[in-house]
Design a protein around this ligand. Structure first.
Ligand SMILES: NC(=O)c1ccc[n+]([C@@H]2O[C@H](COP(=O)([O-])OP(=O)(O)OC[C@H]3O[C@@H](n4cnc5c(N)ncnc54)[C@H](OP(=O)(O)O)[C@@H]3O)[C@@H](O)[C@H]2O)c1
Length: 352
């Protein structure tokens, strides 16, 4: 057992307390001892903010093992001593910073039209000198370059591994491992909800039942049509084009077609014929310009994307130095996204 008095404290603000944040707390709790031994750091949750429950700062901070002792960790932050309740997200960030928080984990709802208000949350946290981790695709798809410039100016980090393929190291792979590999193109199944819905329809379920299942396991966006109309995949495709292919795309430059209009009969017939339909993301260079798109495609048996079942996510990268590299994330649920957030946290803490 490590003495907590010998550890450096990392005070964290959690903005958004839905599926991912609730999966993150037990993971953080179970890795607390490891973080103490490996990094000599004790993470403390200094604030939690949500749209409906309110925004709370705990002046001392609470560690994750304590928070997960109850099924309702938010109760530690509501009507308790040491708690200050503030009115909005911006005040939450400034009050949290004043209470010693140095890191924001932004896990609010995706708004694919403009990435707001998460984009403003992240801007404010970076401007206040806080490191930021997010799984929210909107701010990164719309404003990664500007946010990273701000982070650089403030000598802090912005990390976003979980925005694409959850905790599977894709952004990290490119940044740390496959450096200067000469990335040429990617082709991928990135939207888990649409894969689940299509595979359930293939098995004879209704669209409504399939959406309900995706919501029950916590993988659907707050508005599941953002998944089925291809918006989620467009955000991810933009992020990949800008990171893997060094692009400067905005989401409006990614061609989008969702799966809303596909008749159930056609979905079942395609699967029956051995070439199921899936929502495919692609990015490549054409005449020096990056072309990126999202749309339904038949996945034939000899297609590299034909691996895995149900919600399995796959990405195949064409590279100059390493040929074809394919990564598969088998049937991800929320824990994989939470792990991506944890791995970003560890990366930031190691580099401090
Ligand atoms: N679920 C996944 O598998 C997955 C995978 C990768 C990335 N992501 C991304 O991760 C983020 C979180 O996902 P999730 O599944 O945890 O979402 P979720 O369950 O819908 O939870 C979203 C949380 O954000 C809060 N929120 C929304 N707008 C807010 C605002 N303006 N100010 C403060 N709080 C606000 C909500 O508060 P109230 O409940 O009080 O309204 C809720 O606590 C999303 O951006 C999503 O796209 C999710």
């Amino acid at each position: 057992m490590i003495m907590h008095t010998s550890l450096l404290l990392c005070r964290i603000l959690l903005l958004g307390f839905g599926n991912i944040a609730q999966a993150l707390l037990p993971l953080l709790a179970s890795r607390q001892e490891w973080m103490a031994q490996e990094l000599s750091i004790l993470p403390l949750i200094t604030g939690i903010g949500t749209r409906r429950h309110g925004f709370f700062i705990h002046s001392q901070g609470i560690d994750a093992p304590q928070l997960v002792q109850t099924a309702q960790p938010l109760h530690f932050f509501i009507n308790q001593p040491h708690i200050q309740q503030v009115t909005d997200a911006q005040t939450f960030l400034h009050t949290g910073k004043a209470a010693g928080a140095t890191l924001l984990i932004e896990l609010t709802t995706l708004h694919p039209q403009d990435g707001q208000p998460a984009l403003s949350h992240i801007q404010s946290a970076l401007a206040a000198g806080m490191d930021v981790i997010t799984a929210n695709k909107g701010p990164i798809a719309y404003a990664q370059a500007e946010l990273q410039y701000l982070a650089q100016q403030q000598h802090v980090q912005l990390r976003f591994e979980s925005t694409v393929m959850d905790g599977l190291p894709l952004i990290n792979l490119h940044q740390f491992t496959l450096q200067a590999v000469g990335m040429q193109s990617f082709r991928a199944l990135l939207n888990t909800t649409s894969s689940l819905v299509l595979s359930m329809i293939e098995q004879g379920n209704t669209l409504e039942a399939a959406i309900a299942k995706a919501q029950a396991v916590g993988i659907a966006e707050a508005d599941p049509w953002y998944d089925l109309d291809g918006w989620d995949a467009v955000m991810k495709t933009t992020i990949l084009a800008n990171n893997l292919l060094s692009g400067k795309l905005s989401p409006s430059q990614v061609k989008r077609e969702g799966i809303r209009a596909l008749p159930a009969d056609a979905i079942r017939a395609a699967a029956h014929a051995g070439a199921p339909i899936r929502l495919v993301s692609t990015g490549s260079y054409k005449d020096g310009t990056i072309m990126a798109e999202v749309g339904p495609q038949h996945i034939t048996q000899d297609d590299i994307l034909h691996v895995g079942k149900g919600t399995t996510s796959v990405i195949s990268l064409e590279t100059e130095a390493m040929g074809t590299v394919t990564l598969v994330e088998h049937e991800p649920v929320v824990i994989q996204t939470a792990y991506g957030v944890l791995s970003d946290l560890i990366t930031i803490l190691r580099q401090k």
